[in-house]
Design a protein around this ligand. Structure first.
Ligand SMILES: [Mn+2]
Length: 323
């Protein structure tokens, strides 16, 4: 499938690059890396997000070029390229209005991705989607620039938790070496990502830790935030995605969960596991998806009943792994 996508991108012109709602470093790195590489290859391409470009990634090259929503793009696209998007309904902005039903290319590393594209390049064991973008660009004979390398390296660093999550192998570091080779300074990127955090992030984290509860004999660390908390603090909703990792840092904890109440009857849950439990299977039973160690749910169920179901499912999974 990678060959088919490489051929399509080489032969066609006019591309729209999109990613998932609440984009993380891998989503943004993939989006920008693909956009800039296509342009460097002389292609016409635009990239769009469903909401304002996240400030935390504004240091990346190309960040000013990303559209918010899909207004008139000035050309009839041949393909929409969705990267790092586990399910079709998580693609933002909506691509239904784009041109006359262009070909949809789906590039992703989420194991739950059903292959909703016309052409799919899904590799569940890849550390990041930027890795897949890199491989695809190599297939196209593309010569990596510093700008594109910065974007792709960002996705690798963020999706591996600075190379500390499971799944990091010698290949991961070989890829990192290739991405740094054009002249990217690793600390330049990691400092921008992890040492320039807004105060709102720390304030949000403090609130999450204040409300932390240990359930199921200390195996489930659960906390909650409300959309009003984010507003009061001035934090972006995707900041919850990074602070939730704190919840599994304690000895004895198998699963960390952060519940965010969006409205009275809609709710978002972020789950992290140390690996004994598969939180993507728990999430998919509640209408979400993701990876074994990191998964999420966007639900139109109220938080209280979702919380009860979540605890039940975690308890069941704990019984299954100890049985
Ligand atoms: Mn990813």
């Amino acid at each position: 499938m990678i060959d088919q996508i490489a051929a399509t991108l080489s032969e066609q012109d006019g591309f729209v690059v999109v990613t998932h709602v609440n984009p993380d470093g891998d989503a943004i790195g993939s989006l920008l890396g693909m956009l800039l590489a296509l342009k460097e290859m002389g292609k016409t391409a635009v990239a769009a997000l469903g909401a304002d470009f996240p400030q935390s990634f504004a240091f990346l090259p190309g960040s000013m070029e990303v559209m918010v929503g899909l207004g008139p793009i000035g050309f009839d696209p041949s393909c929409v390229i969705a990267i790092d998007v586990a399910t079709h309904d998580r693609i933002v902005p909506s691509i239904t209005d784009v041109g006359k039903a262009p070909c949809l290319i789906n590039i992703d590393h989420h194991p739950t991705n059903p292959g909703y594209g016309d052409i799919n390049f899904i590799r569940p064991h890849a550390n990041s989607s930027t890795q897949l973008v890199y491989e695809l660009l190599c297939k196209m004979g593309y010569n990596l620039s510093v700008d594109v390398a910065k974007c792709l390296y960002t996705g690798l660093v963020t999706d591996t938790g600075c190379f500390k999550f499971s799944g990091v192998t010698s290949q991961t570091f070989q890829l990192a070496a290739k991405l740094l080779a054009p002249g990217v300074d690793s600390y330049d990127i990691t400092q921008s990502l992890f040492e320039e955090l807004p105060l709102s992030r720390l304030t949000l984290e403090r609130l999450m830790l204040e409300r932390l509860e240990f359930l199921l004999d200390g195996k489930l660390a659960l906390s909650y935030l409300n959309i009003e908390d984010y507003k009061k603090i001035g934090a972006a909703l995707n900041e919850g995605e990074s602070i939730v990792n704190r919840l599994r840092e304690t000895r004895g904890v198998e699963v960390g969960g952060l519940i965010t109440a969006l409205t009275d009857n809609s709710c978002k849950v972020s789950l992290r596991s140390k690996g004994r439990l598969d939180v993507s299977s728990i999430a998919s039973q509640l209408g979400g998806g993701g990876h074994r160690r990191a998964a999420g749910i966007n639900s139109s169920t109220g938080c209280q009943s979702l919380r009860v179901k979540l605890i039940e499912l975690v308890e069941k999974s704990l019984e299954n792994v100890s049985a």
